[in-house]
Design a protein around this ligand. Structure first.
Ligand SMILES: CC(C)(COP(=O)(O)OP(=O)(O)OC[C@H]1O[C@@H](n2cnc3c(N)ncnc32)[C@H](O)[C@@H]1OP(=O)(O)O)[C@@H](O)C(=O)NCCC(=O)NCCS
Length: 288
């Protein structure tokens, strides 16, 4: 492996969002400028520039509470690949997470996993990225459960509901997504008005992104996803942990295809992070 000692790693500021965005476009990823601005504001970016000032590589650490931080947006422009830049940036991110006394998590692409394994990351569970154009099959919520549009007053309860089921403490991410696209956000409640699931979504560069979707049960998640997709413009992407067979069947019936996936990985132990039982769609591999 090439030496990373000489790597000139620089912080990426929110003001650099527009300049660094071409890296995710080159990789064919869905993030738009609003995503980059949010992520660089909420987290810490590290990257490398060419002598002419063009960003050639990026990486990001996003805190998800005091004990967990998400590493994402590890991108190296084609011409600089296989020179140790990806590994160097990742090491910088790991240092950052360790200094904060947290555990690092990430969702690895097939290309990223070979650089994470030697650094000590281990596999938690596989996730499929699905693409589909439109939802043709509506799914009613199970008896006793209603699905309704999100209201701003739901936010505190949403964060409280999310945390024990995901192991992630992410009130500012949930607030950003819900307030950015309130018309893409849905709440499932039981007869007593208790939250039993929710779905958020956002516009992307090439597709509407559905997620996160967190729910007590898969039948509730299915009703949320079908409602969210019926109310938004396609095409859609959604990242679903491999264990959810009913959601997978529904997606296949909508003509969804899954050309690639991710592996959720962690460096250290993070409570609940290894359990996808209630996680039906990620916020995205970049957000956890
Ligand atoms: C993944 C990525 C960031 C790697 O960046 P990089 O600077 O090329 O990575 P490194 O040079 O540090 O590679 C480290 C090692 O990983 C392995 N590796 C990297 N790319 C590989 C590939 N395409 N095939 C097989 N092994 C690979 C090799 O062992 C390599 O060491 P070597 O070049 O000495 O053999 C880059 O390919 C990229 O931007 N891909 C598209 C976006 C992406 O998938 N990012 C990962 C998100 S999880």
């Amino acid at each position: 492996m090439a030496s990373t000692d000489a790597l000139d790693v620089r912080p990426i500021a929110p003001a650099d969002s527009e300049a660094v965005w071409p890296l995710s476009i080159e990789a064919g990823w869905n993030q738009n400028l609003a995503d980059w601005r949010f992520m660089l504001g909420a987290g810490r970016g590290f990257g490398c520039v060419a002598p002419d000032g063009t960003w050639q590589a990026s990486s990001l650490v996003l805190p998800l509470g005091r004990n967990l931080a998400w590493i994402s947006m590890v991108l190296v422009t084609q011409a600089r690949r296989r020179g140790g830049v990806g590994t160097g940036l990742l090491k910088r991110c790991i240092d950052e997470v360790r200094q904060a006394g947290a555990v690092a998590g990430l969702d690895a692409t097939e290309q990223g996993r070979p650089i994470y394994l030697p650094l000590g990351f281990r596999d938690l569970y596989p996730i499929a990225r699905w693409h589909f154009d439109a939802a043709t099959e509506a799914v009613a919520p199970p008896a006793g459960v209603t699905v309704r549009p999100f209201a701003v007053a739901d936010l505190p309860r949403l964060a409280l509901y999310d945390r024990p089921l995901t192991g992630m403490e992410r009130p500012s991410i949930l607030a950003h997504l819900a307030l950015r696209r309130p018309e893409r956000a849905w709440i499932a409640e039981d007869a007593a008005g208790k939250i039993v699931g929710y779905a958020l979504g956002r516009e992307g560069r090439t597709a509407t992104s559905l997620g996160p979707v967190v729910a007590d049960r898969e039948d509730i998640a299915l009703a949320l996803v079908s409602r969210a997709a019926a109310a938004a413009p396609g095409p859609f992407i959604i990242d679903v942990p491999g264990v959810h067979a009913a959601l997978r069947s529904w997606l296949e019936r909508q003509g969804a295809v899954s050309p690639r996936g991710y592996m959720r990985m962690t460096l250290g132990e993070a409570k609940r992070l290894d359990d996808p039982t209630h996680v039906f769609a990620l916020a995205g591999p970049e957000l956890g």
